[in-house]
Design a binder for this molecule. Structure first.
Ligand code: ADP
Ligand code: MG
Length: 620
């Protein structure tokens, strides 16, 4: 039998490894910037063209490489940063796998120019698809210039997979911001197609934050500091007033490396509970310093995820550091609670907006205690089995209902705090099925139907109704717009701005009308007709945020993501009082949907109860 196992050629192995390290131009930017930082550069220039697709160049004034090192740096597992196993556990530099340059070289054309202080001349190296094309000595200043051209030129599938320039650019910008935040002492210049994006001089962290995230933070930052035996926390948090409807400005760095960690993010948000609206996100830039022995950074090839060996303690430290920072500036601004009181407030607080909902959930749960032990669970989807027959009744009812009765009912409900059964009966005795509809806790609509009742979650129901409308609008490519008398200007983060430009056609189709208004700003002239006017800015920002979330977490298509986000963000919320007309319209629209029982995210919109089930609850 012939042997069939072969070793992969080195260049192919590198290309495969590249798949892990180099996903898009932003990955190259990250690796090159990190290498420059590791080389102790104090000045770094990032030059990109066409969102990094045609060129990414990083120039630094760091320690440079000798000619041999310059050539070696492109070999896989070539690194100056690890030489023995123990080093793996003691890494403080950014790179450590020695994979980045080899991976990039496998899928691009690279020109490297580098010189150490000790060498007279600089090494110049050209590499294409892992093949050395040229190597000579030239004269140059100390430091390194690495130019990566035509990324994925030899992997068409990956090149085609790249997103539009605004999207790729915004990824690059995200990476740049993370690295620039983590290294405020380093001066950075960032150019895109020869235009400057950020020019940052060496500065203190706070100034770096203002320069990158906006000057409006100047009055809204509070220092955060905590030191324990296990770790040190330092940085800044945004005061509650700086909380935004979009999740953008949240940064954690562990040993100066940007990381994502939902658990730690929760530790921060939890400290803000009750101080900011439930759907807002606090701003923070926090640096954690911890002995590398307590973390495992190698869980993810691009190293933005890390594991702590004692996650719970880390959570507590971060949470208490943030609480302390919040209460410090509250005291300094003369607010009326001491630190210890403050902690009690936090402990007992549930955000206003949700408390109704929670109460209801609780009472619904407890009511199920009385249920017979059959599978008639109050909130379970099994309840929906026979909602359709209820719905049929309702449809015929709403058609025949005379308007006097409707008004009659409205009056009665307004005058009586409790619905008296006698009155209800009187109505039903006049020959029509009574259109009994009312709202409880400004959150749920109860609708009597011939054979029982429907309980409708107003928020979920409205989401369904809006989602149907907007999906339809996007499909037809035309949405009615209500124009403002006074246009509203809106300053966006650069990445949100790019997103808006990218989605321009779809946003117009939805009914948004807007134009570009200076750098990263738009002016909104009109919004979809379906949306209630008021809070347009919040709505728009929240909508973008939601869309990004759906796009990245759920990988929804553009249209699906848009329809779902706008429905979610503009739907009536729990806690909002509705009048009879609004309730009636909402229920009718819901019931004429093709999918009335679920909101687009799968949450139930209605629960039905027939009289028998109600009777059963009372043990009848
Ligand atoms: P790693 O950073 O994980 O060591 P890389 O592939 O990113 O691996 O880089 C390989 C090596 O090349 C580094 O260990 C470093 O010695 C050298 N190197 C890369 N970029 C630079 C730079 N800008 N200045 C000096 N040395 C560099
Ligand atoms: Mg590296």
């Amino acid at each position: 039998m012939t042997d069939i196992i072969k070793l992969l050629p080195e260049s192919l192995a590198n290309q495969i490894a590249a798949g892990e390290v180099v996903q898009r131009p932003a990955s190259v930017v990250k690796e090159l910037l990190e290498n420059a930082i590791d080389a102790d550069a104090t000045e770094i220039i990032l030059n990109i063209k066409e969102a990094g697709k045609s060129q990414i160049q990083v120039i630094d004034n760091g320690k440079g490489m000798s000619e041999t090192d310059a050539r070696m740096s492109f070999e896989r597992h070539a690194t100056s940063k690890i030489s023995k196993t123990e080093d793996l556990f003691n890494i403080t530099t950014m790179g450590f796998r020695g994979e980045a340059l080899a991976s990039i070289a496998a899928v691009a054309q690279i020109e490297l120019k580098t010189k150490t202080a000790a060498d007279e001349l600089a090494a110049f190296i050209c590499i294409e698809g892992s093949q050395l094309k040229e190597q000579t000595l030239i004269s140059s200043a100390k430091g390194t210039s690495m130019s990566v051209k035509n990324l994925f030129y030899n992997v068409p599938a990956r090149r085609n997979f790249l997103k539009s320039n605004p999207v790729e650019f915004s990824h690059i910008q995200d990476e740049f911001i993370r690295i620039a935040l983590a290294n405020p002492g380093v001066a950075f210049s960032f150019y895109h197609n020869h235009e400057d994006v950020f020019i940052l001089s060496s500065s203190k962290l706070a100034n770096r934050i203002f320069a990158l995230l906006g000057n409006q933070l100047k009055t809204n930052l509070a220092p955060c500091k905590e030191e324990t035996e296990l770790m040190k926390v330092q940085g800044y948090i945004g005061k509650p007033a700086a909380a935004r409807k979009r999740r953008g400005d949240q940064y954690f760095f562990v040993n100066d490396r940007f990381i994502k960690n939902a658990y730690l993010n929760h530790a921060v948000s939890e400290a803000y509970q009750g101080l900011i609206p439930a759907d807002s996100y606090p701003m923070y830039v926090l640096f954690l310093y911890i002995d590398p022995i307590h973390i495992d950074i190698n869980v993810h090839p691009t190293k933005t995820e890390i594991k702590f060996d004692d996650e719970k303690t880390v959570y507590k430290i971060v949470n208490s550091a943030v609480r302390k920072a919040i209460s410090n500036f509250n005291i300094s601004e003369g607010m009326d609670f001491s630190e210890s009181v403050n902690h009690n407030v936090f402990a007992n607080f549930t955000p206003q907006q949700n408390s109704f909902g929670n109460e209801i959930q609780e009472s619904l749960k407890s009511s199920s205690k009385f249920e017979p032990s059959t599978d008639q669970r109050f909130s379970s989807k099994a309840n929906l089995e026979n909602w359709e027959s209820l719905y049929k009744d309702l449809k015929s009812e709403t058609k025949n209902r005379p308007t006097e009765i409707e008004q009659n009912i409205e009056l009665r409900f307004e005058s009586a705090a409790n619905v008296e059964s006698r009155e209800v009966n009187k109505l039903s005795s006049n020959g029509f099925e009574e259109a009994i509809i009312f709202q409880i806790h400004n959150s749920y609509i109860i609708r009597q139907v011939r054979s029982g009742i429907l309980i409708i979650d107003q928020q979920a129901a409205h989401e369904r109704v809006l989602y149907d409308k907007f999906s339809n609008t996007l499909e037809q490519n035309f949405g009615a717009s209500q124009q403002f008398l006074f246009p509203i200007s809106l300053q966006l983060s650069p990445s949100d701005f790019n997103l808006v430009i990218e989605l321009e056609a779809e946003l117009h189709a939805l009914g948004f009308s807007f134009g570009i208004f200076g750098e990263n700003a738009i002016v909104i002239n009109g919004i979809p007709a379906e949306i209630k006017a008021g809070n347009e800015i919040e709505l728009f920002e929240g909508f973008l945020q939601q869309y990004k979330h759906y796009k990245s977490d759920l990988k929804l298509s553009v249209n699906e993501g848009l329809a779902r986000s706008i429905a979610k963000r503009s739907a009536i919320k729990k806690g909002q009082k509705l009048n009879i007309e609004e309730m009636t319209a909402l229920v009718e629209q819901l019931l004429s949907s093709n999918q009335p029982s679920f909101a687009p995210d799968g949450k139930s919109t209605l629960i039905s109860y027939d009289l028998k089930k109600l009777g059963d609850l009372f043990g009848a």
